[in-house]
Each structure stands twice: as C-alpha cells, then as structure tokens.
Design a protein around this ligand. Structure first.
Ligand code: SAM
Length: 284
C-alpha cells in the first residue's frame, strides 16, 4: 500500500523540520514530491524549504485567517481524486498549527487521512527533559494576557502529570514569573532552539530558569517542560486522636500491646511509637 503513496483522494498530514532540515524524512519527501497540491501556512517559507529539496510549485495557502474558506475547496479537490498534503511552517500540522479542522472535516466526509509523522517540539522537548514522560499533558500556548493566564495556572495547580507548554520568546519571562508565583519552584526544563545549532536546555527549576533569562534575553523558539504537582502528603494524625483510639481499644478489652499493634496496622504508624504513646499516658 505504501508503495502507492501518495494515493488519489487521500489527505496527507506531513511533519516538517522544527529547525534541522535533515529531519525531513524520505517518506515525507516522497509524498510531498508526489502530491498534486500542498496546503501550507506560508507559501514563501514552505516554498524555500521545498525548493531546497527540488520540489516546486503546487503550494496553496492554508492558515488561521483563510482556513474556513479553504476547507470546502480542499474537500472538493479530494472528491475529484486529487492527492493533497498539508504542512505547517514547522513540525506537525494540527499541533498549535492549522490542520485540526481540515482533518475533522475530511473524516466527516469519509475521506482517508494519513499522517506522515515527523518532528514535533512537544515530544522532542518532553523526552529530552529528564522529567517523567509516561504521563503528561500538553496545554499549548497559555492565554497571552496575564489574568486569564493566571486563572488557567490556578486550574492546573493540582495536575500531577508533567506539563508541556509552548511560548513565544518575548513572553517567556512573564510566563516564568507566573509559574513561580502560581505553582512554586518546580522542576523545569526550557528547551530552546531544538534540533538547531544552538539547541540548549535551561533548568533545572523555574527559579533557576528565571535567573538565567533575566540575565540572558530569550531568543528563538522555546518549549517548557514542567514537573507535575508534588504528591499530597497526608497530615500526620493528631496525637490526642491516636491516644483516644488506643484507649478505646484497651477499654474494649485489648491489651496495650495488641491495641498498639492493631492501630499500627490500620494507620501504617510504628507499633513501638503507639505503644510508647499509651505508656506515657498511664497504661502499663
Ligand atoms: N506544529 C509545531 C510542532 O509540531 O511542534 C508547533 C507550532 S507552534 C505555532 C510554535 C511553537 O512550538 C513555538 O512557539 C515553540 O514554543 C515551539 N517550537 C517550535 N519549534 C521549536 C524548536 N525548534 N525548539 C523549541 N520549541 C519549538
């Protein structure tokens, strides 16, 4: 089946480099060279990338400001049997880039959609951060205005999974300040310029990144990988309550040793500590 790629009437979502041109896969190149049309955010930007690989013309613009008008046109093209690819300026279309609505519309119309996977800043930053990657959540760009951003951070404060955020360089300092204030000095890696010559990881905490970026202005693309909310530590049981429970068990007929053992099993506290508590309070 893949030997026949790109196939007629199929929509291909193609991942393109997030910096390093060598990350464009041979399969992506084959599909981009073979399709009838490539919908892209910026025809100039993508034209330069593709020309470097000997692929010319057939670009049409597909971006945040024209995607609603374009979607019916692209669906009609698929209907006619055209082979279509969608790319974004960088990375995977549909991840904070146009593509999501087109895929939904194509699926609703019964068209085949195939993703040719490629680089994505989200996954690249996550797996190189050293923070837990088995469970994570992605919030994309937080609201650019301070109050809505702080409100969103409040909602996220108890989220135990690793959190991945995108941010524009000119808003990075403000975001770090808000993270510190709303969530505390958690583990953090800011992945800068991934896959590029000056790729850099800045951490290991929000506070440390803040010190760094106050001294060195953030330039280039940044993705933030933040540790989840620390586990809630149960408050230590109140000593008077423990004593009352031990005394209740003794009054019900348990020996002080048995009362301490039973409560130790129920609470996970040390039997010796509980026995000592009874002993200090008059039990033999
Ligand atoms: N679709 C893209 C993807 O798959 O990663 C994301 C597009 S989104 C409009 C752009 C944001 O992705 C940037 O503001 C930055 O947060 C992140 N990003 C893109 N390229 C990056 C890179 N080379 N290094 C670090 N972050 C990057």
């Amino acid at each position: 089946m893949q030997d026949l790629e790109p196939a007629a009437g199929v929509l291909y979502l193609v991942g393109t480099p997030i910096g390093n041109r060598d990350d464009l896969s041979p399969r992506a190149l084959k599909v981009l060279a073979g399709v009838d049309r490539i919908a892209c955010e910026d025809t100039r930007h993508s034209g330069l990338l593709l020309a470097g690989f000997g692929i010319r013309s057939k670009l049409i613009s597909f971006h945040a400001h024209n995607h609603l008008a374009r979607i019916p046109q692209l669906l009609e093209a698929l209907e006619r049997g055209e082979r279509l690819a969608v790319i974004s300026d960088a990375g995977l279309p549909g991840i904070c880039d146009p593509g999501e609505e087109l895929v939904a519309a194509a699926r609703a119309a019964g068209r085949t959609v195939i993703c040719i996977p490629g680089p994505c800043a989200l996954t690249t930053a996550l797996v190189s951060s050293g923070l837990p990657s088995g469970r994570f959540c992605f919030e994309g760009f937080l609201p650019p205005k301070r109050n809505p951003r702080r409100a969103r951070l409040k909602e996220l404060a108890d989220e135990p999974r690793t959190l991945v955020l995108y941010e524009a360089p000119h808003r990075l300092l403000e975001l770090l300040e808000d993270l510190l204030e709303a969530l505390g000095d958690r583990p953090l890696q800011v992945a800068r310029e991934l896959t590029k010559r000056h790729e850099q990881q800045i951490g290991p905490t929000v506070g440390a990144a803040l010190v760094h970026f106050r001294g060195t202005p953030a330039l280039g693309e940044c993705t933030l990988v933040l540790g989840g909310a620390p586990p809630v530590i149960e408050a230590a049981p109140d000593e008077q309550e423990l004593l009352a429970e031990l005394q209740r068990r003794v009054a019900a007929g348990a020996s002080p040793r048995d009362a301490a053992r039973q409560l130790a099993e129920a609470t996970g506290l040390s039997r010796r500590t509980l026995y000592g508590l009874l002993h200090r309070n008059g039990e033999p």
